[in-house]
Design a protein around this ligand. Structure first.
Ligand code: GDP
Length: 482
């Protein structure tokens, strides 16, 4: 009986929903993560699998055969660039190279027609859900704390971070230049440009492969979108500050531009985009950080905390005067799990869980559910075992990209190769601690080319292979397709 009543209630709800919405129901899914985390690859593969009926056993609506069809439709927001899905897929499938990464915000609408799972709803015409996928750089979220800081505080905080041992040597040039600037001297455009360039260079250096530090604000310095070269970006923190700001001085100019950046760049982004998201996936490249050492891991934890705080609905948030975030589900996903053998996937997930535990506690995401997953949006490798004298070794097999190296070997981009990636540490905590005897050995990490699509016996190409993309889909939109 309970079942009957529940079903009836859902049916009435659904009917009411459909009757009241003139357009079909839609849900906005934000896809973010720091640059190179895997946003472009994730969206391309997700859409490819939806459109072409990929292997998605854990995506319930698909597995039970309730999805009638999925297709692309024009997006609702005319002012936002469209996510270049077709181009990205062609790059991956035809050239077998990775597509261009996310540089700015973009959007894509996939509409899913499905049959309801409930008995009562089956009597209604089929349901329709439009999934609006919004791709945007995680760097832009890191700007949120700026809304609560004036220029002096921003300068002091930036200088403090630049003095950390992991960053200090990279910040030398900017520091020297900034130290030579008299805040009371007359505003000088040339000098402002020099200083902004040198600060952006320092932020860029932090991101290089060996350091792999996460970005610091201002987020648009590395991901300018369409603002490249505009005055709103031609500022930088100063190391010498005057108590009383003289009109027309260097400090006055920097301060004005910093405030303009907040007003014209940061606030509208949160108001127009983040505020309207219903669900969010945050992609992180944990393995890259781990390979660079514990400082990069701790730094990733900091960046993730800053990112998640943007979705917090609670009090004491700079956002409350802007909007109340309405995201009710957040998925934190470690990508590129195809770089390790599945025996290590659990360990990867344990590391991500550990990485996010403290962050989640701090971010006070009351009202939103948070899940953690290790996945590969595109699986570029397969698994095998290699027999050794001492036993068998779990390896992954793929085609390393041309120029990738391991030990003394350089790959040509054509040959399939078996690689023993190494084991992830058993104790997640060891990843966060400075090098001890227990410190994890780096994973043997090469970038592989995107895979060749498998074909069925009658020559039909399958969708892009993945690891647990279906679990991600189920969590993010499964409940909307009942
Ligand atoms: P974005 O900056 O977040 O858009 O990052 P991309 O989606 O462009 O991904 C950056 C790079 O990471 C790609 O060029 C690939 O080399 C790699 N990558 C991303 N996702 C995957 C994945 O699922 N599997 C593998 N093997 N590599 C991936």
């Amino acid at each position: 009986r309970t079942h009957f009543t529940d079903d009836a209630r859902i049916a009435i709800d659904t009917l009411a929903k459909r009757a009241t919405s003139l357009v079909s129901p839609s849900i906005r899914l934000g896809v973010t993560g720091l640059s190179r985390a895997g946003k472009t690859v994730f969206i391309s593969s997700l859409v490819h699998n939806l459109l072409h009926g990929g292997r998605l056993p854990l995506f319930e609506a698909h597995q039970s055969g309730r999805i009638a069809r999925a297709y692309l439709e024009p997006q609702p927001d005319d002012a936002v660039p469209r996510f270049q899905y077709e181009e990205h897929i062609a790059t991956m499938l035809e050239k077998r190279i990775w597509p261009d990464s996310t540089r700015a915000i973009s959007q894509l609408r996939v509409t899913i027609e499905y049959e309801s799972a409930s008995l009562w709803n089956k009597l209604l015409p089929g349901g329709k859900l439009s999934l609006d996928i919004v791709d945007y750089p995680g760097e832009w979220l890191l700007d949120l704390p700026l809304l609560g800081k004036d220029f002096a505080a921003f300068s002091r905080d930036s200088a403090e971070l630049a003095e950390l041992p992991s960053r200090a040597d990279l910040a030398t040039d900017w520091h020297m230049l900034a130290d030579g600037i008299d805040p009371d001297a007359p505003a000088n455009e040339g000098l402002a440009q020099q200083l902004a360039t040198s600060f952006a260079d320092y932020l860029r250096l932090c991101k290089n492969d060996s350091r792999a530090l996460s970005t610091l604000p201002p987020g648009r310095f590395l991901m300018p979108g369409d603002l490249e070269g505009s005055p709103a970006l031609t500022f930088a923190p100063l190391t010498r500050l005057s108590e009383v700001v003289r009109p027309g001085s260097m400090q006055a100019m920097m301060e004005r531009r910093y405030e303009a950046y907040k007003t014209h760049v940061v606030r509208p982004f949160f108001r127009n985009h983040v505020a309207r998201l219903d669900r969010q996936i945050v992609l992180i490249d944990v393995m890259q950080a781990m390979n660079a050492g514990h400082e990069a891991v701790v730094d990733l934890e900091r960046a993730l905390a800053d990112i998640l705080s943007c979705f917090r609905a609670g009090k004491g948030n700079f956002l409350t005067d802007l909007f109340i975030p309405r995201i009710d589900r957040i998925l934190i996903a470690a990508t590129k799990a195809d770089h390790i053998h599945h025996e290590s996937h659990r360990r990867l997930e344990a590391i991500v869980r550990r990485l996010t535990e403290r962050v989640i506690a701090r971010a006070d995401l009351s009202g939103a559910g948070v899940e953690v997953i290790a996945m590969a949006a595109v699986r570029a490798t397969r698994e095998a075992t290699v027999k050794e004298r001492t036993g068998s070794l779990p390896v992954i097999v793929g085609t390393p990209m041309a120029g990738e190296t391991i030990a003394d070997e350089t790959f040509d981009g054509e040959t399939e190769t078996a690689i023993f990636p190494g084991d992830l540490p058993e104790k997640p905590a060891s990843v966060f601690q400075p090098g001890t005897a227990e410190a994890p050995a780096p994973i043997r990490f090469v970038r592989f080319r995107p895979p060749q699509l498998e074909e069925t016996e009658d020559g039909v190409k399958l969708s892009l292979p993945h690891i647990r993309l279906d679990r991600a889909l189920q969590y993010l939109i499964g409940d909307q397709l009942v």
